[in-house]
Design a protein around this ligand. Structure first.
Ligand code: FAD
Length: 407
């Protein structure tokens, strides 16, 4: 499959900027519906993306809808549980459809599916600025090396991820700082295969306001990392500010307080350097639309606060934007459809935003696990949140939220 540069056309129906999960999901959906789609990325694929690589149930649902779930699962490491580990060592396994696949492979599958569907992919090509006429976006200026080229499009879908430069260039950024930051590395350690076979989240005072994780990838490789929520909000004390400034310190703390992490690192081989990246969460920090342009995925803040999971919702927002455009009508009605679809997702994001308290006060996980051990109902509710089978509206009421922790 040729994912390289062909002759860039002068115009298309829809220009998708960014070939991550959000962009590819939009491109697949639009191309299958018969639209002339051009997708560009600043990197040649396959490319690495700094991520935990965890696929939670919403990602499974989106991949199924895009018709690539079987292909993804044939390469991924499947798991039936998320393991939550509390500061005092309490453990609970929350059931769900889960998997881990390095983004280099996942994003290539999605990008290929877009090309198979008929989208034309050009990389490396960088979005520089929108082309505007009378306040309407009618295309984009793209750059390769020193050369720039204009591409006109009826619609532009901006799927440029959490790094804000493209969002700012498009005039859509409401906040340049991220909602959180995270650091990850790959460790090869065959001796730990079978010992860590679930997606593990670890909360502890030493890694507040965040958590550590170990996710088993295929082939005896583990994705290990730490994430810090609300990394750029005003620090509450000097200690916190210092910790936030250096994720590598937090990572060191994680391997100090969590024995399996220490063992994994000590007995394994780090494959390449540990790398950090920003997250944009809670559907906040950007305008979603302007005439001629829709923002999808992390650029629109589609990552869950608290857990930092965003692959599933990135694809979902990409598909929602595509469906809004395909439904036809004028610019205003397509944009209104997309904005309404995002508004319908908001209660779920608010629930995860509230759950962020757990990252600040990790003793809440001790309480939660202690309660869940005694109550099948609580475990079912936790699984309902993970699997998105529960109504977030019910859980968002003060009573509902208290029940999640206390009943
Ligand atoms: C360390 C870390 C761990 C994470 N772990 C998980 C996890 O385990 N599970 C999970 O679900 N989520 C996780 N996330 C979140 C997840 O990575 C994002 O939610 C997801 O990548 C969003 O997809 P996207 O398509 O919106 O953006 P991206 O995947 O970031 O894709 C954006 C694309 O746009 C391209 N681009 C950007 N600017 C330009 C430009 N100017 N011109 C052309 N192309 C451009 C980029 O090259 C990139 O390919 C993690 C995030 C981090 C930082």
């Amino acid at each position: 499959m040729n994912l390289g540069i062909e002759e860039l056309p002068a115009s298309c129906d829809v220009l998708v900027i960014g070939a991550g999960p959000a962009g590819s999901a939009a491109a697949i959906t639009l191309a299958r519906a018969g639209h002339d789609v051009v997708m560009i990325d600043q990197h040649i694929f396959p490319r690495d993306k700094i991520c935990g690589d965890g696929l939670i149930p919403d990602a499974h649902a989106a991949l199924r809808k895009l018709g690539v779930l079987d292909e993804v699962m044939a390469q991924a490491q499947a798991s039936d549980f998320v393991r939550c580990i509390a500061p005092r060592g309490g453990v609970i396994d929350v059931p769900g459809a889960l998997a881990v696949l390095p983004r280099k492979e996942l994003d290539l599958i999605l990008c290929r599916a877009a090309v198979t569907a008929g989208a034309r992919m050009f990389a490396p090509l960088r979005f520089v600025a929108p082309i505007e006429e009378g306040g309407v976006v009618v295309g984009a200026t793209l750059q390769k090396g020193e050369a720039t080229q204009a591409l006109r499009a009826r619609w532009v879908v901006l799927a440029s991820g959490a790094v804000p430069q493209a969002l700012m260039a498009a005039g859509m950024s409401e906040r340049t700082t991220p909602s959180g930051v995270a650091l990850r590395g790959y460790v090869k350690n065959d001796a730990m295969v079978g010992r860590i076979d679930k997606l593990e989240f670890v909360w502890h005072r030493a890694v507040t306001p965040g958590y550590g994780w170990i996710f088993p990838c295929p082939g005896g490789v583990f994705n290990i990392g730490v994430g810090i929520a609300e990394s750029h909000s005003a620090p509450r004390d000097g200690k916190l500010a210092k910790r936030e400034a250096n994720l590598r310190d937090v990572m060191q703390e994680f391997t100090r307080i969590y024995e399996p992490a220490r063992e994994l690192m000590a007995g394994g081989t780090l494959l390449g350097p540990m790398k950090g990246a920003p997250l944009r969460c809670s559907l906040a920090g950007a305008r979603y639309t302007r005439p001629g342009l829709l923002v999808v995925g992390d650029a629109a803040g589609s990552t869950y606060s608290f857990s930092g999971e965003g692959i599933g919702k990135a694809m979902e927002t990409g598909m929602l934007a595509a469906e809004a455009l395909h439904a036809g009508g004028d610019d205003a009605s397509a944009r209104a459809r997309y904005e309404a679809a995002l508004a319908a997702l908001k209660p779920r994001f608010e629930l995860y935003q509230r759950a962020n308290n757990v990252n600040r006060y990790p003793w809440l996980v001790d309480l939660l696990i202690w309660r869940a051990k005694k109550s099948n109902g609580l475990l079912r509710r936790m699984s309902g949140v993970l699997n998105e089978t529960s109504n977030p509206g019910n859980l968002l009421s003060l009573k509902g939220f208290r029940r999640l922790f206390l009943d």
